[in-house]
Design a protein around this ligand. Sequence first.
Ligand SMILES: [Zn+2]
Length: 166
Amino acid sequence: MINKGIRILDKEDIKLYFFGGKGKFILKSNKTGKWFMYKITKPKDKNNDEIYYISVLLDGNYQYLGIIKIDDIDYIRTQKVKVDAVHDCISGIKWLLKQFKNDKEFPTDMEFYHMGICCCCARTLTVKDNIELGIGPICFKNYGKKNKRIMRIVKIKDLQKKIKRK
Ligand SMILES: [Zn+2]
């Protein structure tokens, strides 16, 4: 499964992927070799732009892990979550969000892979798309237009410059 993933190294690119709201990604520890596949989804209520939901693949099924509060970049384990509070997959997601809040480079002892689908619309990316970033060209142009909250977190202007240079 992990060999299908496309690694993202830069933290700003990882943030862009994560806050797209519909991505699928792997977080892998180099220290332990452990990895988990996560899926982000948006609330059905399109007016709710404050949160995303997060699930993790365990025993072949996606299991609900809770809420991501966009403004605070926080994880909330709700009562519906059946996965143990101290499970490594929960530590992993908390760790990732902590990285989003500091100014350091993304640590090399953890690897982030996107699974080849667009972070905003979940469509399979083609080679022509911005496959290394994990976002299709149209979604990239529209990134953050429907959710201004994510623009406070993701430095989209820097990324636009980066893409133009390619
Ligand atoms: Zn898309």
